[in-house]
Design a protein around this ligand. Structure first.
Ligand code: IDP
Ligand code: MG
Length: 153
């Protein structure tokens, strides 16, 4: 895979969707120069969410987290670019919005850790797992962006 073709899974969580922040979040990824590969509005099943957050299953907030994530639609997306997983995490900010710097999505747009409006994969391996969990292969769209030659040297 070419270096600028790394993919990450990003989801606007139910609070982000209900608060009308989907457009603002998509705008930030578009303006950065990331390429949209897949996107859908979906209400996740409990089974999918338990799989998605399997690493956190023993944490005290796990059941509340699954309930929150299933409480409304989420906007699930795949974004592609150079070091896209790391870049996505930097754009999100810290898990707790209180620790997130201004300029980051969580730093600018939310207040509490349990309502932190957005998910982003934390490693290339998690991204691959999460993309498979949320999307069918045919939902991932391969195309060349006319802007890519102006984003990458
Ligand atoms: P991340 O979303 O920044 O990767 P994780 O540690 O993977 O953070 O936690 C997943 C999600 O679980 C967080 O985004 C947040 O929604 C929720 N969460 C994490 N820690 C807490 C907590 O202490 N209380 C309530 N919810 C939490
Ligand atoms: Mg995580």
């Amino acid at each position: 895979m070419a270096a600028n073709k790394e993919r990450t899974f990003i989801a606007v969580k139910p609070d982000g969707v209900q608060r009308g922040l989907t457009g603002e979040i998509i705008k930030r990824f578009e303006q950065k120069g990331c390429q949209l590969v897949a996107m859908k509005l979906t209400k996740a099943s409990e089974e999918l969410l338990q799989q998605h957050y399997i690493d956190l299953k023993d944490r005290p907030f796990f059941s509340g987290l699954v309930q929150y994530m299933g409480s409304g639609p989420v906007v699930a997306m795949v974004w592609e670019g150079l070091n896209m997983v790391k870049t996505g995490r930097v754009m999100l900010g810290e898990t707790n919005p209180a620790d997130s710097k201004p300029g980051t999505i969580r730093g600018d747009l939310c207040i509490q850790v349990g309502r932190n409006i957005i998910h982003g994969s934390d490693s290339v391996e998690s991204a691959e797992k999460e993309i498979k969990l949320w999307f069918k292969p045919e939902e991932l769209v391969n195309y060349t962006s006319c802007a890519s030659d102006w984003i990458y040297e």
